[in-house]
Structures are given as structure tokens and as C-alpha cells.
Design a binder for this molecule. Structure first.
Ligand code: NAI
Length: 251
């Protein structure tokens, strides 16, 4: 029997919002939360079927409420409406995971302005947008927690990933500033910095030289990241932390 089935899930009674929750790391986070009894709001950009499938599986396997919302996190007005809809549907929001992210890689001298902007708008401003609308709910409820999905590229850089690295380093600054600002209200904000994880985002990167530099010698799985996110979502005394889940790449 699952934790949720025994009514003993660590997150029973909580509502978690996960952006980009229809596949990859986001879908693994949604499942991990649901397995601990959380109700989940899954934000997806385009693939409605995939998002609904993730929700249906959570409801069937863990007897939680799960609902999918189409929203471009880069769009301030859309995120405002979506957070309001989630609040209306679930009554409250307790956990926000900013996982939605894109890459538009290219060498600095080649990269197009529009590509740079798209990466910053989705990865960094998207997280800000969601935080901007969720934090007032956390303040009113006197509880809340945020986990931002950064990257080792934000910690150590990677050639050809200036936009992505800037967005992911920016997320760390956003995380730590929010953690300091919100700590007195018992709202925690942490980040996870994954290395190479087996998802759609990395399937074209079999040749990436960074792969040879993984001390643990293998690519990570979405569930490895989800485990860290679940830890940070429940770690009462941890805030402003950046937890690497990278097989040792950035140590
Ligand atoms: P993925 O490409 O499989 O999933 C990304 C998700 O974000 C998708 O569901 C997509 O629809 C959603 N998304 C993209 N733009 C969006 C937008 N504007 N609005 C709403 N949703 C949007 O990628 P993956 O690998 O699961 O990555 C998840 C997060 O983890 C990303 O932030 C990524 O940067 C980060 N990450 C991934 C690593 C990896 O090796 N896969 C390594 C380090 C960080």
C-alpha cells in the first residue's frame, strides 16, 4: 500500500503547483508529491493529453485530486489567471515548484536576441511570475514553500549555453533573495541544480563532453530530482539552499 493509501503521506492535505508537469522531471515531481498525498495542479505549455494522463494516473494510484492547467509561464497575465483558477479549484496553494524550462543553445557570437529572450522569459521570469502570484497566498495562509529547478549550468557554466546559464544562475539569486525576504514568515525557498537527467531535453545530447565528467558515471533519472524536490518541500529547517543532483559534476 502507498503512503497515500495509508493516509500517512507527508503532504496529505497540501496542494502543490508544478510548472512543466506534463513530462520529464516535472511529471516525476508531480508523481512524488501525489505519492505523499498532495493534491497537484499541473501546469503545461501545450501537451494537454500528456498533462491529463499524468493527472489521471495520480488520481487513480494515489487517490488525490489532480488537475491540468494550460499556461505559458512567461506570460504574467496568464500566470495570474492560472494561480487564481488553481486557488478557486483547490482552495489553497501550499507548494510551488518552478520546473518549466527551455533551452535555445548557441555560441555567444551566434545566438539570436529572440532566443536569448525566450530562455530568460521562460526560465527566470516564468519563475518570478509564478512566485509573484503564489506568495500572497502563502502569506495569507501563513505557510508556503517554493522549489526552483535551476541547473549545474547556473553554477559552473557551460560553453554554448549563455542564455540557459544566465537564466539558471538568475534563478539561484531569485531563490536566495526570496528565501531571505520570506523567512520571517516561515515561507521557505530552495533550489535544485540537476546535472544530466534523462528527459526529452537531453535526448539529443549524447555527444555532450560534460557526460564524460560525471563522477558517478551515469546520467540521472527524473525520479532522482523528484526525490530532492520532495525533500526540500518537506525540510522544515532548510531555506536558501541549492541542492545539486548531478552525480557529482559540480563538486
Ligand atoms: P522537458 O523539456 O522534458 O520538460 C520541460 C517542461 O516545461 C515541459 O513540460 C514543457 O512543456 C514545459 N514548459 C516549457 N516552456 C514552458 C512555458 N513557457 N510555460 C509552461 N510550461 C513550459 O525538460 P526536463 O528535462 O524535464 O526539465 C525540467 C527542468 O529541469 C527545466 O527547468 C530544465 O531546465 C531543468 N533541468 C533539466 C536537466 C536535464 O538534464 N534534463 C538538467 C538541469 C536542469
Amino acid at each position: 500500500m502507498t503512503d497515500a493509501g495509508t493516509n500517512a503521506g507527508k503532504l496529505r492535505g497540501k496542494t502543490a503547483v508544478v510548472t512543466g508537469g506534463s513530462r520529464g522531471i516535472g511529471a516525476a515531481v508531480v508523481r512524488a508529491f501525489a505519492s505523499q498525498g498532495a493534491n497537484v495542479a499541473v501546469i503545461y505549455a501545450g501537451n494537454r493529453e500528456a498533462a491529463q494522463e499524468v493527472c489521471a494516473r495520480c488520481e487513480a494510484e494515489y487517490q488525490v485530486q489532480a488537475r491540468a492547467y494550460c499556461c505559458d509561464v512567461a506570460d504574467f497575465a496568464q500566470t495570474k489567471e492560472t494561480v487564481a483558477a488553481i486557488r478557486a479549484d483547490f482552495g489553497a496553494v501550499h507548494i510551488l515548484v518552478n520546473n518549466a524550462g527551455i533551452t535555445r543553445d548557441g555560441l555567444l557570437v551566434m545566438i539570436k536576441e529572440a532566443d536569448f529572450d525566450a530562455v530568460l522569459d521562460t526560465n527566470l521570469k516564468g519563475a518570478f511570475n509564478m512566485m509573484r502570484h503564489c506568495v500572497p497566498l502563502f502569506l495569507r495562509a501563513r505557510e508556503g514553500c517554493i522549489v526552483n529547478i535551476s541547473s549545474v549550468t547556473g553554477l559552473i557554466g557551460n560553453a554554448g549555453q549563455c542564455s540557459y546559464g544566465a537564466s539558471k544562475a538568475g534563478l539561484i539569486g531569485l531563490t536566495k533573495s526570496a528565501a531571505k525576504e520570506l523567512a520571517s514568515r516561515k515561507i521557505r525557498c530552495n533550489a535544485v541544480a540537476p546535472g544530466f537527467i534523462r528527459t526529452d531535453m537531453t535526448k539529443e545530447q549524447a555527444e555532450n563532453p560534460l557526460l564524460q565528467m560525471i563522477p558517478l558515471g551515469e546520467i540521472g533519472e527524473p525520479e532522482d530530482v523528484a526525490e530532492a524536490v520532495l525533500y526540500l518541500a518537506t525540510a522544515r529547517y532548510v531555506t536558501g539552499e541549492v541542492l545539486r543532483v548531478d552525480g557529482g559534476i559540480a563538486m
